[in-house]
Ligand binder design. Structure first.
Ligand SMILES: [Zn+2]
Length: 158
């Protein structure tokens, strides 16, 4: 059996924090506000994986309490993979679209792809990370934050 899931996340910029996307710290740009490291890419992918398995979402799995304050979301993605594995699910592939007017993300997508693949224990070519803008429209266009859409495919391995 195979199942598909979708995820969406958005965070506002916070000048006081480092910018972490897909487990990669991107220099010289404001970070994102949030309880964890606010890695919007890892969050959207985690929600897509949990959605595919019908196992809720990352907000339920990692509530905004002391335990998860400042947590590394790429590590939480590994926790999601383990949770799916315990229910007999293996990750097939994930695809994410990061929506940001700035910074320019193209130089970082390969490293993000690699970090996500390692965290999910799947081959590099089974992870896709793309970056786009909204041509100046909406909250991402106004430079207020970053959003990410993700889709994930999982298969039952018994
Ligand atoms: Zn988030």
């Amino acid at each position: 059996m195979i199942r598909v899931g979708t995820g969406f996340d958005a965070h506002a910029f916070d000048e006081s924090r480092p910018l972490v996307l897909g487990g990669v710290t991107i220099p010289d740009h404001a970070g994102l506000s949030g309880h964890s490291d606010a890695d919007v890419v890892s969050h959207a992918i985690g929600d897509a994986l949990l959605g595919a398995a019908g196992m809720g979402d990352i907000g339920e799995m990692f509530p905004a309490d002391e335990k998860w304050r400042g947590a590394s979301s790429i590590d939480l993605l590994g926790e999601v993979r383990r949770a799916l594995g315990s229910q007999g699910w293996a990750v097939v592939n994930v695809d994410a679209t990061v929506v940001a007017e700035r910074p320019r993300l193209a130089p970082h997508t390969v490293e993000m792809t690699n970090r996500i693949a390692v965290s999910l224990e799947i081959p590099f070519e089974m992870v896709s990370v793309k970056a786009t803008t909204t041509d100046g429209l909406g909250f991402t266009g106004r430079g207020e934050g970053i959003a990410t859409f993700a889709v994930a495919l999982i298969e039952n391995v018994g």
